[in-house]
Design a binder for this molecule. Structure first.
Ligand code: NAP
Ligand code: ZN
Length: 347
């Protein structure tokens, strides 16, 4: 066993404690990665609070990180010590089912192994995430971090970014597309940047007008306040695609009414339980869909697109010892737009 250090939750509390963590000895196709930067995702909060079916006690969160390869297994040919890499929400999958063969390992029929709170396919241990100084994973699920992308600001591309990218790509968004992003947080701000870079006209749907200047600075053309009936009425039928990143249970009806003919509401936020009146879909033949992060095909594509366009997240970088502060501020919506932990303080 290899020993490292990380931040672990106990009893649903966001007050994480520093603990020693064991990582497995390298298998033939494994990499050891020194974790340099790890983003703080709202899903980490949901997981700590037990809302997404992951163990809440002894949880080491973190599923969007960048780092440096420190060792490679005997069969690894694509990476060498010193290589900069990025890792997202999935660290293994069966590799054989139709989803895996399509590069959609995120939907593996055997169950993709999530970066934390998942079950390793070989030894059955529970995975522990990137709020730690070292991670060990199969080479297939590490991506070379393109030169030119700041490693701290690139870390959120690996969850927040890919969760926006897959639905944007699958909807064929490009010049002429009218896209709205509901919720301007970690996912939402990257949704705006990516949709704008693809050539779409982008609107932010937010609880608050206070985010308008920020939305425009990200490239959006306007911001609609979701609680303002007049503004919502004016936006009826306007959009081809809405990326819904709202991090709480909410009514989809007002959002569906903003879609034009055959428009699509893609619900990306969790928790996802809700009910919908089918008539809201009937009128306009609208689509209600969802998605979960991304597979290797889209992730590789996202990283090269971001390298080409110079796209990364707008972050607040904190030493990892301040993880509790990051989580509690995220819970209050007090972040522009993503916290990233610098794990160097764990040395
Ligand atoms: P975040 O930074 O906290 O952003 C969420 C945004 O939702 C907020 O900025 C806020 O935007 C809006 N919101 C509206 N009502 C809210 C409420 N009652 N409580 C909190 N936020 C509210 O979170 P995130 O990291 O972007 O994640 C967003 C959601 O996506 C979370 O539920 C997360 O678990 C989920 N997620 C899903 C996937 C996936 O694969 N599908 C991947 C990652 C994350 P305004 O202030 O502008 O209204
Ligand atoms: Zn996430």
């Amino acid at each position: 066993m290899r020993t490292t250090t990380g931040w672990q939750s106990t009893g649903n509390s966001t007050d994480l404690r520093q603990v020693a963590i064991e990582r497995r000895e390298l298998r033939d196709d494994d990499l050891a990665v020194r974790v340099d930067y790890c983003g703080v995702c709202h899903s980490d909060l949901h997981a700590i609070h037990g809302l997404v079916g992951k163990p809440t006690d002894g949880l080491v969160p973190g599923h969007e990180f960048t780092g440096t390869v420190t060792a490679v297994g005997s069969a690894v040919t694509g990476f060498a010590p010193g290589d900069p890499v990025a890792v997202g929400t999935i660290v293994d999958s069966c590799g054989e089912c139709a989803m895996c063969r399509a590069g959609q390992e995120n939907f593996c029929y055997q169950g993709a192994v999530t970066t934390y709170g998942g079950t390793d396919r070989v030894d059955g241990t529970v995975t522990r995430g990137g709020y730690s100084r070292e991670y060990v994973l199969r080479d297939k699920f590490a991506y070379r971090l393109p030169a030119g992308l700041d490693p701290a600001a690139a870390a959120p591309l690996m969850c927040a970014g890919i969760t926006m990218w897959e639905p944007l790509r699958e909807a064929g968004v490009g010049p002429g597309s009218k896209v709205a992003v509901a919720g301007l947080g970690g996912l939402g701000h990257l949704g705006v940047k990516l949709a704008v870079a693809l050539g779409a006209e982008v609107t932010v749907l937010s609880r608050t007008a206070e985010k308008e200047a920020g939305a425009l600075a990200l490239g959006a053309t306007d911001l609609v306040v979701t609680g303002d009936d007049e503004q919502m009425k004016r936006a009826f039928g306007r959009f081809d695609l809405i990326l819904d990143t709202i991090a709480a249970v909410h009514d989809f009806t007002p959002l569906l009414r903003l879609l034009g003919l055959q428009g699509t509401l893609s619900v990306l936020g969790a928790p996802l339980e809700t009910s919908v009146r089918i008539m809201e879909l009937t009128f306009g033949r609208k689509n209600l869909t969802s998605s979960g992060t991304g597979g290797t095909r889209h992730t590789a594509e996202l990283l090269s697109f971001c390298a080409e366009r110079g796209i990364t997240a707008d972050i607040e970088l904190l030493p990892s010892a301040r993880v509790g502060e990051a989580l509690s501020r995220l819970e209050k919506g007090d972040v522009r737009y993503r916290f990233v932990l610098d794990l160097a303080d764990l040395d």
